[in-house]
Design a protein around this ligand. Structure first.
Ligand SMILES: C[S@@+](CC[C@H](N)C(=O)[O-])C[C@H]1O[C@@H](n2cnc3c(N)ncnc32)[C@H](O)[C@@H]1O
Length: 271
């Protein structure tokens, strides 16, 4: 998109994670500043596009697993991103058309495209909230959320490729605790997160430096730091793995290399 086409309320001169991710996935809903920031990240971590694609594939597998094998019919997807192939409602409603989904993002451009997220099967429902992860209580008390999800029944909280945008001083662990608090037993949480664990020290330094220059706050976390998000929850098999190794649906020799993707994933049950 050209800057002149920016919808009202959107600053096209400032890179945003949703539009950068859209660029890596081959989409057209991004501005020059997003593309420049995306290329900056790619200069320090050249396989970032592959990581984005694998993250999207993980999302599909996790939603299928939760719907087909864990009986989950309600999803709260925070950090939805621009509509893409295999949105949560498409995957979940292919298994049960009655599935209900609340999407949340803080990029106003996602709202512009939200109609594509709201094409629910008639038996189910979808809603979209423009809200910020850093205001967890605002999300969890939002009337639209309560109009769409039955909070006495299990919900899958999806935090897919979003927690790494929260630096430590924004209290990512405390924010997760606030999101989990209102969820009934039997709920689940899905998290993916960028890591530098599989990189050489030189690659790690390059990735961190490129992210710093890209204008979007970003925090790689180690396996231990990622595991801390699941404290008190029951991780489901196979536990914490690279996203490419989490319940994969392809043969080992067909999988993307772990270090080229550099993301952890995990799904846990809330007791
Ligand atoms: C990398 S994309 C991931 C999209 C999708 N979850 C996926 O995995 O395919 C991250 C999304 O999180 C959103 N996001 C980042 N920080 C956020 C915040 N503080 N509150 C709400 N959304 C946020 C961005 O706008 C973007 O759409």
């Amino acid at each position: 998109m050209d800057n002149e086409q920016a919808p009202l309320g959107i600053d096209p001169t400032k890179a945003h994670p949703s539009r950068r991710y859209n660029y890596w996935l081959g989409g057209k809903d991004n501005f020059a500043a997003d593309r420049a920031s995306a290329e900056m990240v790619a200069s320090g971590f050249p396989t970032v596009r592959l990581a984005a694609l694998e993250n999207r594939r993980f999302l599909r597998r996790a939603v299928s697993y939760l719907a087909a094998e864990r009986g989950i019919r309600q999803f709260l997807d925070i950090g939805t991103g621009l509509p893409s192939a295999g949105n949560v409602h498409e995957v979940a409603q292919a298994i049960d058309p009655g599935a209900r989904i609340v999407y949340v993002d803080n990029d106003p451009i996602v709202l512009v495209h939200a109609r594509a997220l709201l094409t629910s099967a008639p038996e189910g429902a979808t809603a979209y909230l423009e809200a910020d992860l850093r205001d967890p209580d605002g999300i969890m008390t939002h009337p639209e959320l309560h109009a769409t999800l039955d909070m006495s029944r299990p919900v899958a909280l999806m935090l897919v490729a979003i927690m790494h945008f929260l630096p430590d001083d924004e209290d990512p662990y405390g924010i997760l605790a606030r999101l989990l608090e209102p969820l009934p037993p039997g709920s689940h949480v899905v998290i993916t997160h960028a890591t530098g664990d599989h990189l050489t020290p030189e690659q790690y330094a390059e990735a961190v430096a490129a992210n710093e220059r890209s204008g979007v706050p970003f925090r790689l976390r180690s396996r231990d730091e990622f595991a801390r998000f699941f404290t008190g929850l029951e991780l489901l098999p196979p536990g914490i793995t690279s996203i490419v190794e989490w319940r994969p649906d392809d043969a080992p020799d067909a999988r993307s290399p772990v270090d080229k993707v550099s993301m952890y994933g995990g799904v846990a049950h809330i007791p």
